[in-house]
Design a binder for this molecule. Structure first.
Ligand code: SF4
Length: 659
């Protein structure tokens, strides 16, 4: 029997593999033996007919791919890199990579090519939370754990549909409810998560900052904030208090779409709850004001002192299995490595550690900026930007102009493949080993459960081949991911609070390790939390008479991203329907649309065909299409948060045409 971990979502459930059977690990603290449909089906995705199994090469995207050798493919890439200025090279990584793979890609790109254009698809889901955590508590650090819900009295879920996106955690919430936890769900859709809510608040899309500001204002006005905590541990209180004096409460409440009675009922529960957790995910992050939404939420915990205490705190729910590991090693272009930035002291430390003089001292391009930047070489790893970046028609136009697009992937049916020149077959989950960090800092080892398909390679080995092809044999002389993990462990000592040297790679096969458990204070230079006054600046795309609906996007329970692993013809599991657009009955009636009718959803940027799902689970003038509909980003707008550069996926103006 081999112990491993699920490679789908940020919950990170423990698994047991015995011969050909996969079950939940009953001894694993997070899931206690439970798995969702995705976890159960991990094995199926290894053997699908849609695996990419050989290196493929072509001169132009108009040509057919030809089977190539690893040697020729690597040489073609390194030859191109040698003749390309470093600022014209980009690495587009993914929260699906293991920590060792991320580490090597980051070291190669930032340390030896000398470009900080090393970013990840986590940019499109978690970067708003990263920026907000850094600003308010001093570091990209999740200050509590999932099992804190068993010590909390109130869990607020804002823009988070745990029933579909974090299924096993959702089951834990249900269990905690039986022990007395109250749950408030804030969402413009009455989701499956809303069904377990004690209070459901059908907020108007875009009203989140107003909602959390209303809480903060009431806490200050009614002197319900934690005076002692604020005086000793928090900056900017007087500024916030003064700003809120002039805040237009009626206008703010109106923008939330909630009634005064709804807000009061919530606030009554809120002020009488001793221990409070506020959890959120893409409903807040994926916004042109994603950072501000996060800050307004975290403000409430700083005012009440409900942070760094059991059963309390702002809990960002990460979507991907190793988005956290990627952030830790430095997989975002806005950080260098191990949470260090580009200040001269950090660059000096990292340069010495990697023994290089090539590190640039400026942040690189983000994933959401790379295609606009006229790159000459783009190396994409385990992700599908043509599918997931917003405003897809524009994305297709831009990526088609890049002279060399390299796609490293385990599956052959991505949308990005149509624009790749070289495709390298990577080992998928189950055919490789390494570590990953889940959403609450738990580091677990993913194990190799079956032999690696003949021509496939783990990602760390692919990046090693590229580095060696450029002459860095000595610096990338790794024989096993264990050596890379150990080097990364050494590196975490460069940033004191991240030191993970007490755990060993081999021990992780038996038991997960939770880093940062001793951190009980803010990580800012003055050890105080920072309040920020933020306002709803209504920056998202506005509806018009022609485009009167706001489009929301989000996960569905059984599907994962573009469906390369979950939308399989061979699967024995009965998955939820994917091709639908939720519309309110009143809106459907006005457009003479019936349930199941074929409709075209149109934005200024593009359109898609789908079927109407008439339901009062969604607010009027609001539509919902799942992200696993591969065409959804023909509709979405490409506005970005000015600090996190995360897209505004949940606020595009659209119209409906009945066919
Ligand atoms: Fe895997 Fe997430 Fe499901 Fe757990 S909840 S089995 S980690 S997809």
């Amino acid at each position: 029997m081999i112990r491993s971990v699920c490679g789908y979502c940020g919950v990170g459930c423990g698994l047991e593999f015995d011969k050909d059977k996969l079950i939940g690990d009953v001894t694993y603290p997070i899931n206690e033996g439970k798995l969702c449909s995705k976890g159960i089906s991990e094995l199926i995705s290894i053997n699908t007919s849609t695996r990419l199994l050989r290196p493929l090469l072509r001169e132009s995207i108009k040509d057919e791919f030809k089977i190539s050798s690893w040697q020729d493919s690597i040489r073609a890439i390194t030859d191109k890199i040698k003749e390309t200025p470093k600022e014209k090279i980009g690495f587009y990584l993914s929260g699906q990579l293991l920590t060792e793979d991320y580490y090597i890609a980051n070291k190669f790109g930032k340390g030896f090519i000398g470009t900080n254009n090393v970013d990840t698809n986590s940019r499109t889901c978690m970067s708003s939370a990263v920026v907000a955590y850094k600003k308010s508590i001093g570091a990209d650090f999740v200050p509590l754990r999932m099992d804190d819900i068993f010590k909390a009295n109130l869990l607020i879920l804002a823009g988070a549909n745990t029933a579909e996106a974090h299924v096993v955690f959702h089951n834990q919430i249900k269990k905690a409810k039986k022990e007395g936890l109250k749950v408030v769900v804030i969402d413009p859709r009455f989701t499956d998560t809303s069904k377990i809510a004690d209070i459901y608040l059908p907020i108007k899309v875009g009203g989140d900052i107003d909602f959390f500001n209303l809480i903060s204002k009431r806490l200050i006005d009614e002197e319900l904030y934690n005076r002692e905590f604020v005086e000793n541990h928090i900056n900017n209180f007087e500024l916030l208090k003064n700003k809120f004096k002039r805040a237009a409460v009626t206008k703010m409440l109106k923008r939330t779409g909630l009634t005064a009675e709804q807000f009061d009922a919530f606030f009554e529960l809120y002020k009488n709850s001793e221990n409070i957790i506020t959890a959120w995910t893409m409903g807040l992050n994926q916004s042109v004001q994603g950072v501000d939404k996060n800050l307004s939420l975290i403000n409430t915990h700083l005012l009440t002192g409900k942070i760094f205490k059991e059963g309390n705190g702002p809990l960002s729910l990460t979507g991907q299995p190793n988005a956290m590991g990627g952030r830790e090693v430095g997989g975002l272009s806005t950080m260098l490595a191990v949470h260090l930035g580009f200040d001269s002291e950090s660059v000096k430390k990292v340069s010495k550690f990697w023994n290089t003089d090539k590190i640039d001292n400026k942040p690189g391009l983000t994933a959401t900026q790379m295609l606009e930047a006229n790159l000459d070489v783009l190396i994409i790893c385990h992700t599908d930007p043509v599918y997931h970046l917003p405003n897809r028609n524009r994305v297709e136009e831009l990526i088609a102009k890049i002279p060399m697009v390299v796609e490293i992937n385990a599956y052959e049916n991505s949308e990005t493949a149509k624009y790749a020149h070289i495709r390298l077959p990577a080992a998928p989950w189950g055919e490789k080993e390494g570590t990953q960090t889940n959403l609450d800092r738990t580091i677990t080892k993913q194990e190799k459960l079956t032999r690696t398909s003949i021509e496939c390679k783990p990602d760390w080995e692919i990046f090693k081949l590229l580095a060696c092809g450029l002459g860095y044999e000595r610096e990338f002389n790794y024989q096993h991911p264990k050596e890379i993990f150990q080097e990364y462990q050494e590196m975490t000592k460069l940033n004191g609070y991240m030191d993970i040297s007490e755990v060993s790679y081999d021990e992780l096969s038996e038991k997960p390790f939770i880093w940062g458990e001793k951190i009980k204070n803010f990580l800012t230079p003055d050890k105080k939390g920072n309040l920020f006054f933020v306002e709803n600046r209504l920056l998202s795309e506005k509806t018009t008479l022609e485009y009167p609906f706001i489009l929301l996007t989000g996960r569905t329970r059984d599907q994962w991203h573009s469906g390369t692993k979950t939308n399989l013809p061979t699967t024995l599991l009965k998955y939820k329907e994917l091709n639908f657009c939720e519309i309110h009955p009143e809106d459907a009636k006005n457009l003479s649309i019936k349930n199941g009718d074929e409709i075209r959803v149109v934005s200024k940027r593009g359109s898609l065909l789908t079927k109407a799902l008439v339901t009062d689970a969604i607010n009027e003038k609001t539509l919902f299409i799942p992200i696993s509909n591969r065409e959804v980003n023909y509709l979405t707008n490409d506005l970005l948060d000015r600090e996190s550069f995360e897209p505004d996926y949940n606020h595009s103006a659209v119209k409906i045409e009945k066919l």
